[in-house]
Design a protein around this ligand. Structure first.
Ligand SMILES: Cc1cc2nc3c(=O)[nH]c(=O)nc-3n(C[C@H](O)[C@H](O)[C@H](O)COP(=O)(O)OP(=O)(O)OC[C@H]3O[C@@H](n4cnc5c(N)ncnc54)[C@H](O)[C@@H]3O)c2cc1C
Length: 409
């Protein structure tokens, strides 16, 4: 066993680069710092930078922050740009409604809504507080050359050598492009397309619950209204790219029609003010099960196609995956062995936690727009036993978190 002094020396001799400072990359940096591991984080944008998203932050976000530092999790829930949600509301144009109430008396909220421009900036700035991190903001990676051992990264600033790379650079990942056979080709079957825009003064459906989801019965996807602080909300629509393309669906038109042509929705937008243009982006889904590792590198978050196929949510999973990667990284550092054999343990940890859930969700996706299934969802979810089972499950997990303030598998 290495003495901790020697171990720290070895860890710090290894040159580690994180590419991308979104939620996955910032989280990876915070965990490396927590373990006193020196590293460089390259982020091509200058923060605050926006990211097209629904702005819904799941329980996994809180869990991961709590794992980095319980004070960080406490700070997060009290930020003025974060809105707490006590549940989720499901509705459809036929005025069928289901409420999922996740509130635990006196407890923390299980879900949050926060504009990414604020949340990502808050998290990114935290990475700068450690003496172990060198943050290269506004410096993107343009090329990656593999050597016998290690890599040369080309940036706008010149070239730099690294032993180990952590690719957190999102949907169009350069790490994936240069180091995997997958490249960055879009596979429509395993992609979702979505657009969103901000509004002010949309009337909320429920006070306790800023998350409103409306499954569509025209194609596999949903319309959402996620309420933010200051009477603002994130409104969007999205679905599977393959179907959008095959049916020649124009998302901008669908979005406008959904609001305009359904009384159930339009009555709530009567006094609403649109705060900008629709922004669109692709979501790489985990139905495309990539290899999250190779010799000398790992991929985390969207660069590894981690978002869920049913909901498109990917922030929390990227952050949790950064946490789950740490034991493998520590082991590789100690052994000075960044071979794919060693790094494969990271993929096992992620799949041990998520594979069953992801596979189950993927199976539901093709049926969602089917009218009978749609009808069944609303009626099935209304059965008190089913509804309570789901709500109780979330409430119980939340309660446990509150008590233990720790991460549970
Ligand atoms: C319309 C829409 C709605 C969504 N809604 C939700 C939601 O409500 N909840 C949810 O959980 N998820 C949602 N998602 C998915 C979510 O946005 C992503 O899963 C999440 O952003 C992934 O985080 P990440 O850190 O992996 O990547 P990103 O957030 O994309 O961050 C990648 C970072 O890498 C940087 N970068 C890129 N290339 C380079 C380079 N060459 N060099 C250096 N830096 C680089 C980028 O500037 C960026 O800061 C939505 C997605 C879309 C498109």
């Amino acid at each position: 066993m290495l003495t901790s002094y020697l171990s720290t020396m070895l860890k710090n001799k290894t040159k580690i680069a994180i590419v991308g400072g979104g939620p996955a990359g910032a989280t990876a940096s915070l965990f490396l710092s927590k373990h006193s591991i020196e590293h460089t984080l390259f982020e091509k944008a200058t923060f605050p930078r926006d990211k097209t998203c629904g702005d819904g932050l799941t329980m996994e976000v809180y869990r991961t922050l709590n794992e980095i530092d319980p004070d960080l999790a406490d700070e997060f829930v009290n930020l003025d740009f974060v809105k707490k949600s006590g549940g989720a509301f499901l509705g459809d144009i036929n005025r069928r409604e289901v409420d999922f109430d996740y509130r635990v008396e006196g407890g923390i909220s299980p879900i949050f809504v926060a504009k990414r421009i604020h949340f990502d900036n808050w998290l990114f700035q935290k990475t700068k507080l450690s003496t172990c991190s060198t943050i290269k903001e506004g410096i993107g990676i343009e090329n990656i050359k593999r050597l016998d051992k290690g890599f040369v990264l080309t940036t706008s600033d010149g070239e730099e050598f690294f032993d180990f790379l952590i690719g957190c650079d999102g949907e169009r990942s350069v790490v994936k492009k240069y180091l995997t056979s997958e490249g960055i080709k879009k596979k429509k079957l395993h992609y979702a397309g979505a657009i969103r825009t901000y509004y002010r003064n949309v009337v909320p459906k429920r006070d306790y619950c800023p998350l409103e989801i409306y499954p569509l019965n025209t194609f596999n996807g949903y319309f959402w209204i996620f309420h933010l602080p200051n009477n603002e909300c994130n409104v969007g629509i999205g679905g599977l790219s393959q179907e959008i393309s095959n049916k020649k669906i124009n998302l901008n038109r669908e979005f406008d029609c959904f609001i305009r042509d359904n009384d159930y929705i339009s009555e709530r937008f009567k006094d609403a003010e649109r705060l900008g243009k629709n922004q669109g982006c692709g979501i790489p889904l985990n139905s495309n099960r990539l290899k999250y590792y190779g010799d000398g590198f790992i991929l985390i978050g969207d660069s590894a196609s981690m978002p869920e196929p049913l909901t498109g949510k990917g922030i929390g999973v990227g952050m949790i995956a950064s946490f789950l990667a740490m034991p493998t990284i520590l082991k590789a550092l100690e052994a000075r062995d960044f071979s794919k054999e060693t790094l494969s343990e990271y993929q096992d940890s992620v799949l041990n936690k998520y594979e069953k859930e992801w596979d189950a969700l993927y199976r539901y996706v093709p049926f969602l727009s089917n009218k009978i299934v749609h009808w069944a969802i609303f009626n099935f979810c209304k059965i008190p036993f089913i509804k309570n089972l789901h709500s109780k499950h979330i409430a119980t997990v939340t309660q446990k978190m509150m008590v233990a303030k720790g991460y549970e598998k």
